[in-house]
Design a protein around this ligand. Structure first.
Ligand SMILES: O=C(O)[C@H](O)[C@@H](O)[C@H](O)[C@H](O)COP(=O)(O)O
Length: 236
């Protein structure tokens, strides 16, 4: 099982403040001796305000690399691009001096682009300082979607990244082809923070903690991983 540290906040605001403080503390510590630090980021509504706050914090941003936890296989200017979201929220103000490593490249498909993406991710300083994950109502995290094409590989490969083709649903929307950190890529962080918003998703999280098929709720693979140091932040 992962080393699990759960925090249930009374409000989104309280969660945002705690997340911003955690990121600030971890990035300060990671860069204190002039070392490089990597922050892995997800899209989603839960981390948005913390990203905006963090962008204005005085950190050694020139020592920090921001990279994506997962991405739809769309151009970086697409309105569904997680990269576009990160550039608009986090990589502003002081944080514009951070280096950014994209998951997306010019290959036609995520599958075809995985080798190039993996090569880029292999250059990143490990362990990653912090990786921020979200969770969907279907129990997906990163782009580890239930029963997706490529899920079994993403859960077992030693590569940091994996191509995924999700089963189309209300959660995935039309764009199902994605690149994601593999389970090994998620486990490559010193600390993983999982953000969960709302009562419905709290029930999903509690269900994921119960024994069951990982393919039904891929978050289970993270919760069950012996080497993951997982901090869970929930807010209503
Ligand atoms: O790439 C995506 O589809 C989203 O980033 C998604 O995975 C998101 O992280 C979760 O659904 C949590 O979303 P909330 O933060 O809005 O709860």
């Amino acid at each position: 099982m992962a080393v699990l540290n759960e925090h249930f906040f009374v409000s989104k605001q309280a969660m945002t403040e705690a997340l911003a403080e955690l990121l600030q503390t971890e990035l300060q510590a990671a860069t204190a001796e002039g070392n490089e630090a990597v922050l892995m980021v997800s899209g989603g509504s839960s981390p948005k305000a913390a990203y905006e706050y963090l962008s204005g914090v005085d950190l050694a941003w020139d020592k920090i690399t921001v990279a994506m936890v997962d991405e739809r296989w769309v151009d970086a200017n697409h309105d569904k691009s997680n990269e576009a979201f990160i550039k608009a929220t986090l990589l502003q103000n002081k944080a514009q001096h951070a280096r950014f490593v994209t998951m997306k490249n010019s290959a036609q498909t995520a599958q075809a682009g995985q080798v190039e993406c993996e090569a880029a991710y292999q250059t990143l300083q490990k362990p990653f300082a912090v990786s921020i994950l979200g969770m969907g109502p279907d129990g997906h995290t990163a782009s580890l979607f239930p029963h997706a094409d490529g899920l079994a590989h993403a859960l077992t490969t030693a590569d940091l990244t994996a191509a995924i083709n999700a089963i189309e649903s209300e959660v995935t929307g039309k764009i199902t082809e994605r690149m994601t950190l593999s389970l090994a890529g998620i486990a490559a962080a010193k600390q993983v923070v999982l953000l969960i918003s709302g009562e419905d998703k709290r029930a999903v999280y509690e269900q994921a903690k119960q024994a069951g098929d990982v393919a039904d709720m891929p978050l289970r693979a993270v919760l069950q991983h012996p080497d993951i140091n997982l901090t869970v932040f929930w807010a209503p």
